[in-house]
Design a protein around this ligand. Structure first.
Ligand code: GAR
Length: 212
């Protein structure tokens, strides 16, 4: 039995940097009633004017910008993010196309509470420098026949935390990085990210019920 908190949900903040199609997948699942353990409490963008912020606004989620370029350094950037997370009472953080690496000091404050979606099957094509289209360019260059997406917990090693979910996607003849990126998103990322998020939040509620 789940613990009955005020509304029996976990507060989730989503960190983005761009288009926000993964954020949209989460919003769509919520709207379909398929994220019963989650409450989307904030969207934080590291880039000014990111389209993800419009998606947040349309969905009635409070949006914030912490412009990485306008910050003096990583410390200021993370301090600003932390202050929004605290204000929003975020309990789980989703990195959904967030194109920044968080420091070990930041990550250590949220053990197994930060999840990331990566557009490849970890441990392939991951780690520092592997993000966005570059991941798909490298997969095609290497000549792999199968790629995919991974959702994992974030720890101090880039793309190194415990894996929660993976889904494979076949490479097709004539694939370009752009075509492959879209297919990996459609067939893998947009499915496994919302599902993993619900799993993580319902596990937190379940543990709360056991301990309380
Ligand atoms: C997604 O493919 C996501 O997996 C990737 O960037 C894209 C963002 O798209 N993230 C990384 O490469 C992080 N290492 P979105 O803004 O439309 O969700």
């Amino acid at each position: 039995m789940k613990k009955k908190t005020a509304d029996n949900t976990v507060n989730v903040a989503v960190l983005v940097s761009g288009g926000g199609t993964n954020l949209q997948a989460i919003i769509d699942r919520r709207d379909a009633g398929l994220l019963p353990s989650c409450r989307l409490c904030a969207v934080i963008s590291s880039k000014k004017g990111a389209y993800a912020l419009e998606r947040a606004e349309k969905a009635g989620i409070k949006g914030y910008t912490v412009d990485r370029k306008a910050c003096a350094g990583q410390e200021e950037f993370e301090a600003k993010i932390l202050s929004i997370l605290n204000k929003s009472r975020a309990e789980v953080i989703v990195l959904a196309g967030f194109m920044n690496i968080l420091s070990a000091e930041f990550v250590k404050q949220f053990p197994e509470r930060i999840i990331n979606v990566h557009p490849a099957l970890i441990p392939s094509f991951c780690g520092k420098g592997f993000y966005g289209l570059r991941v798909h360019e490298e997969a095609l260059k290497y000549g792999v026949k199968v790629t995919g997406a991974t959702v994992h917990f974030v720890n101090e090693i880039p793309d190194g935390g415990r894996i929660i979910a993976q889904k494979a996607v076949k490479i097709r003849e004539g694939d370009t990085p752009e075509k492959l990126q879209k297919r990996v998103m459609r067939e893998a990322e947009w499915k496994i990210l919302p599902a993993a998020l619900e799993q993580v939040c319902s596990d937190i509620l379940e543990r709360g019920a056991q301990n309380g």
